[in-house]
Design a binder for this molecule. Structure first.
Ligand code: AHR
Length: 643
């Protein structure tokens, strides 16, 4: 601890790494690797950094929207059923009440929702109500003094009004946490809206919804919905905690709606954007590709509003004529309707109110067009065994460019006979694989297409990645930053996972949550750190003498700041002498963020969400020099003030 170099700087700032008793300075010295040198030239920018480098990729997987970001609390609000009965809905006969729930396929409130939940109450009164219970997505979160807004479509066969109580009820005690009265009347479908507020009390997700009927009669229900407060109070909106976590990643774009989810298992179950817009009652819902059904409450406009809320540009993936089951639409006349579907989708996103689909968006509640620069045709079309992507991409490209010449069209694989504007590369690897990939773009031909790394992740750890993954991720990101003249965008996948049993279909997901809380994996914090400091230019940075698990990137904004990312994925500390040419003389303060764990297997979880989080400390560059030791298993951001 007596060293006088910048290691002491970290100690003086209370850097917790040194506070970990087991990791004494002696251990650092004993286990340190030979010193390395990092020569950074800030006098001459090397290449521009893509301002859109960091973004998000998303699809309906792992209960990302339903039971995740999309704040709806009622599960199976449209009364789907299987051989076990109506999913997620249960009948409770209190006292002497008698009732049964079935699906009536002959009546529903719209041409999109043609069936309903038929609740036949043969015996009930105020003291003995018949109850329809919804379990929610692994419970329903109730916090103190919280307003809820709800609605349902209903009709009844009873003469006169049927009084109901709608209540949020605690599982364990039966205590009513919030409730209101609604009266259903008449044999015609009508929408009923209600609101209620919880009282003071402890926050918990061990609650459910009850609809209590207090007299005999048959009632039909459809689209039973309940929302807590949402991000920016959007109607039909998103969970605030998750949106806030995403905002901290400073994403510049959102790639949606997939992924496999775009393609569908079959052509009919592809993402059909027209069926996801307008009032919820006009959305038929559809089977997703990750073993559960999608409500499509998160529809095309909701994706776009999500972009708007977080100031992201949409990267719109359009169905490209290939579905996961292997079905292909042949290029040529067969593909024309799908190309048309994509053109109309682009018009919905970008068109003015004078256009057909721009007017529909206006009518759906969003008069202003959205910005759009990138459209992606399909997803992972290298899986198409019939090898039709060359023709399919070319057909989409020609039609889209004819109408929207400024749009850049992303291809999901190399295309014979033409150079796509942008190529989407996907990488899923273990830690070592990502270390290798960290150098992948250093040699890439600058004359080829620009690169979009549309999906990537180091996959170690479940449900969310562990610290070894974060090291793999950080190493990989240094490679993307060094080459961000050609790598224009990158997005980790999958982004979200509901950690409840059965919630996950794909392990190693960036952000985990249950009904109540959410947490970031070490990989999440890596991205928060990397995106928090990104210069406008890459700098020439030459590393020598470092161990083979040491990675770096340097970007800077001349006259403002330099962002130095150092990744030590080794179990030994790495001393490094940084020399900065062109930084100007004197003393330059350096803000350091360190993400560290004692082992690669260490991780965060829903019950221990903040074991591994960035910790701040201070250093300084003095006369263009900084001698520093990067601790074992550490990811560091050094933000140098160049003013
Ligand atoms: O991110 C999970 C899946 O991985 C995506 O849906 C697909 O594009 C890829 O194969």
């Amino acid at each position: 601890m007596q060293r006088s170099d910048n290691l002491d700087g970290m100690k003086l700032c209370g850097f917790p790494f040194l506070a970990i008793g087991a990791f004494s300075a002696a251990a650092v010295l004993l286990q340190a690797q030979p010193g390395a040198a990092l020569k950074i030239d800030l006098s001459q920018p090397k290449a521009p950094v893509s301002p859109m480098l960091y973004g998000l990729m998303t699809e309906e997987i792992n209960y990302s929207y339903d039971g995740g970001l999309y704040a709806e609390l009622v599960r199976n609000r449209t009364f789907r059923s299987d051989w076990t009965g109506v999913l997620n809905w249960y009948v409770v006969e209190k006292g002497t009440a008698a009732a049964k729930l079935t699906v009536d396929s002959k009546t529903g409130p719209s041409s999109a929702l043609t069936n309903s939940g038929k609740f036949e109450v043969t015996r009930a009164d105020a003291a003995n109500p018949a109850v329809l219970l919804n379990e929610g997505y692994w419970g329903m979160p109730v916090r103190a003094n919280t307003p809820f807004t709800g609605s349902f479509f209903a009709k009844s066969d009873a003469a006169g009004a049927v009084p109901l109580r709608v209540e949020l009820v605690e599982d364990l005690t039966g205590k009513v946490l919030a409730g209101t009265a609604v009266s259903v009347e008449g044999s015609a479908w009508k929408e009923y809206k209600f609101s209620m507020k919880s009282a003071a009390g402890a926050a918990s997700a061990e609650n459910h919804l009850e609809i209590k009927v207090e007299r005999p009669g048959t009632l039909w229900f459809q689209l039973v919905s309940l929302f807590p407060p949402t991000y920016k109070n959007r109607v039909n909106g998103n969970r605030p905690d998750l949106m806030e976590m995403l905002a901290k990643m400073r994403p510049s774009f959102l790639r949606f709606p997939g992924g496999n989810y775009l393609e569908g298992n079959r052509i009919e179950s592809r993402y059909q954007w027209k069926k996801t817009i307008g009032p919820l009652v006009d959305r038929p819902t559809h089977p997703g590709t990750w073993s559960y059904h999608s409500t499509d409450g998160m529809g095309l406009l909701e994706f776009l509003e999500w972009c708007e809320d977080l100031k992201m540009e949409p990267v719109l993936a359009v169905y490209g004529g290939y579905s996961l089951g292997g079905q292909v639409v042949k290029p040529g006349p067969d593909l024309d309707p799908y190309v048309q579907e994509a053109l109309e989708e682009i018009e919905y996103v970008t068109g003015g109110p004078e256009t057909k689909w721009g007017a529909v968006r206006f009518q759906n509640g969003h008069p202003a067009p959205f910005p759009l620069r990138y459209v992606e045709v399909g997803n992972e079309d290298n899986f198409d065994k019939a090898k039709t992507y060359d023709g399919r991409y070319a057909q989409f490209y020609k039609a889209i460019k004819a109408k929207y010449p400024k749009l850049e069209i992303i291809a999901t694989m190399p295309v014979k006979g033409m150079t796509p504007d942008v190529l989407d590369d996907h990488y899923y690897q273990r830690e070592q694989g990502m270390f290798d990939l960290a150098k992948k773009y250093d040699q890439t031909d600058r004359k080829g297409p620009k690169i979009f790394v549309g999906e990537w992740a180091t996959r170690e750890g479940s449900p969310t990645p562990n610290f070894g993954s974060a090291l793999g991720d950080a190493a990989f990101l240094t490679g993307l930053e060094r080459n961000s003249d050609i790598v224009v965008m990158a997005a980790y996948a999958p982004l979200l996972v509901n950690v409840n049993p059965g919630g996950m279909q794909w392990s190693s997901d960036l952000i985990g949550y249950d009904a109540m809380t959410s947490y970031g994996s070490p990989s999440y914090y890596t991205q928060v750190m990397f995106a928090s400091c990104l210069g406008s230019q890459t700098a020439q940075a030459d590393l020598s003498g470092a161990g083979d698990k040491f990675f770096q990137s340097v970007t800077y904004t001349p006259g403002a700041k330099a962002c130095i990312k150092l990744v030590n994925a080794s179990s030994m500390a790495q001393p490094v002498t940084l020399s900065l040419t062109g930084a100007g003389g004197g003393v330059h303060p350096v803000n350091v963020q360190t993400l560290h764990a004692a082992t690669t297997w260490a991780t965060n979880s829903i019950t221990a969400p903040a074991r591994i989080v960035p910790v701040g400390s201070k250093l300084s560059v003095n006369g263009g020099k900084l001698t520093h030791t990067v601790p074992a298993y550490s990811i560091q951001l050094l933000e140098v003030d160049l003013r």
